[in-house]
Design a protein around this ligand. Structure first.
Ligand code: FAD
Length: 402
């Protein structure tokens, strides 16, 4: 008899796991996908919505299209609590869903409210409400001081790599794309761009080689970068920092602090900030039939789609071995793989395992990187959340590693 698998969250990790089940284990598992949204949001494309005016519907993949094959039960509701002893998930609709296996892939909450003054005075790119608002503001901007940066995220002791900012790639994209927009609209000479990071160094998660490769672009764009700046409050005309300094600002764009979703604390299965620790198979340390993948996992740092996918694959291989009694459990080998748009047809692809003690620390710059990002985003969108085929990924990687 098939077992009941419940997946919480249809983002990068949840969909990767779902498609693996559909391909390799559809006879062994009966799947329910729960998401509080009606669409899966392709977050890496949000800077294009915010800074290039891409249509927001082009980064939203409706769940009804994802599950239309009829082999998955989709529930559009918010998870409020998990009872790991009774093996149930409680929903805001009042419904209770039973599971034999659970994959928690609910991502991270972007905590805008944790930044005093954000809602009144600042903009962001992290979801499909914020990104279009930013695009509107950018189009009414007539020049002035622009301040861009990340808030500091607090972590528990269980977090293996406590980066001050869990994902600075979007800041890189925003600053270069804002610079490009201003130049295109003859506003660059009337404007300044200041970027701040709460970390010791901007892009804390990559090594010297990548820093050196990015430096000339930052200098050429005339962007000032400040390290060790932790937001205290965002005022109508400035950003105030905890060290007592401030930056005057006419237009403030920030990435908020991250935290885990409320149901984690409510269920007593994670740490004080709502993130969850697992072993290297992505299984919960106490409840072995619970898998955790993506931003919500304490092992995932920086919080990246690529790492969410790697974790989903490891978790899937572990479950597959248990149910089929054969196969190998994949090793979790984290690395940073991301493509940062720099405006127009330029982009920089970063591949680095420096943060995890490795020796790879590379960039590919220019139109080829831009084409790769465009190809990846389009493929992901048009195939409803499928990753590019393994062969394409391998060719891309061999090109980068060459
Ligand atoms: C602006 C921006 C740009 C980025 N660019 C890149 C990039 O270029 N490359 C890259 O690799 N990564 C990038 N990232 C990071 C990447 O988007 C995340 O790491 C990735 O989405 C994490 O995947 P996930 O599956 O863990 O969570 P998510 O993709 O966030 O999915 C979580 C899902 O869970 C659902 N959910 C949450 N709570 C509940 C609940 N209580 N009940 C029901 N459903 C719930 C949500 O609705 C969501 O659909 C970017 C992030 C941002 C914000």
């Amino acid at each position: 008899m098939s077992k009941k698998l419940v997946i919480i969250g249809g983002g990068f990790a949840g969909l990767r796991f779902l498609y693996n089940v559909r391909k390799y284990m559809k006879d062994e598992l009966e799947v329910t996908l729960i998401d509080m949204r009606k669409t899966s949001l392709e977050k890496p494309s949000l800077p294009e919505v915010a800074l290039e005016g891409k249509e927001v519907s082009k980064v939203q993949i409706p769940f009804e299209k994802i599950v239309k094959k009829g082999d998955v039960d989709f529930i559009n509701s918010t998870v409020e609590k998990i009872d790991p002893e009774k093996q149930t998930v409680q929903l805001s609709s009042g419904k209770e869903v039973k599971y034999d296996y659970l994959l928690i892939a609910a991502g991270a909450v972007k905590d805008y409210d944790a930044m005093p003054g954000f809602n009144e005075n600042a903009y962001s790119v992290c979801d499909d409400t914020q990104a279009p608002k930013l695009w509107k503001k950018l189009n009414s901007f007539n020049g002035g001081k622009i301040v861009i940066g990340s808030a500091k995220t607090p972590w528990s002791e269980e977090t293996k790599i406590p980066l001050a900012a869990p994902c600075e790639g979007p800041i890189g994209e925003i600053m270069f794309m804002v610079d490009h927009f201003l130049r295109e609209n003859n506003l660059r000479e009337k404007s300044t761009i200041t970027v701040f990071t709460p970390g010791e160094i901007f892009f804390e998660d990559v090594g010297e080689k990548v820093h050196n490769d990015l430096k000339p672009f930052i200098e050429k764009s005339g962007i000032e970068v400040k390290n060790n700046k932790v937001i205290k409050s965002i005022e109508p005309d400035s950003v105030k920092y905890e060290d007592g300094t401030e930056d005057k600002s006419d237009f403030t764009i920030v990435i908020p602090p991250y935290r885990g979703p409320d149901f984690v604390k409510e269920s007593g299965i994670g740490d004080a900030y709502g993130f969850i620790s697992t072993d290297s198979e992505m299984r919960h340390n106490k409840y072995r039939n619970i898998f955790v993948a993506g931003d919500i996992n304490n092992l995932s740092m920086p919080k990246l789609g690529h790492i969410a996918i790697l974790q989903a694959d490891v978790a899937f291989s572990s479950l597959s071995k248990e149910l089929k009694g054969k196969g190998e459990i994949e090793e979790f080998k984290p690395e940073i793989f991301c493509i940062m748009n720099r405006g127009g047809s330029d982009a920089t692809l970063i591949l680095s395992d420096y943060l995890f003690g490795g020796k790879t620390d590379k960039t590919i710059k220019g139109q080829i990187a831009h084409l790769m990002k465009w190809g990846f985003d389009s493929y992901y969108y048009y195939t409803r959340g499928h990753m590019p085929p393994e062969a394409v990924q391998k060719r891309m990687e061999s090109l980068i590693r060459a």
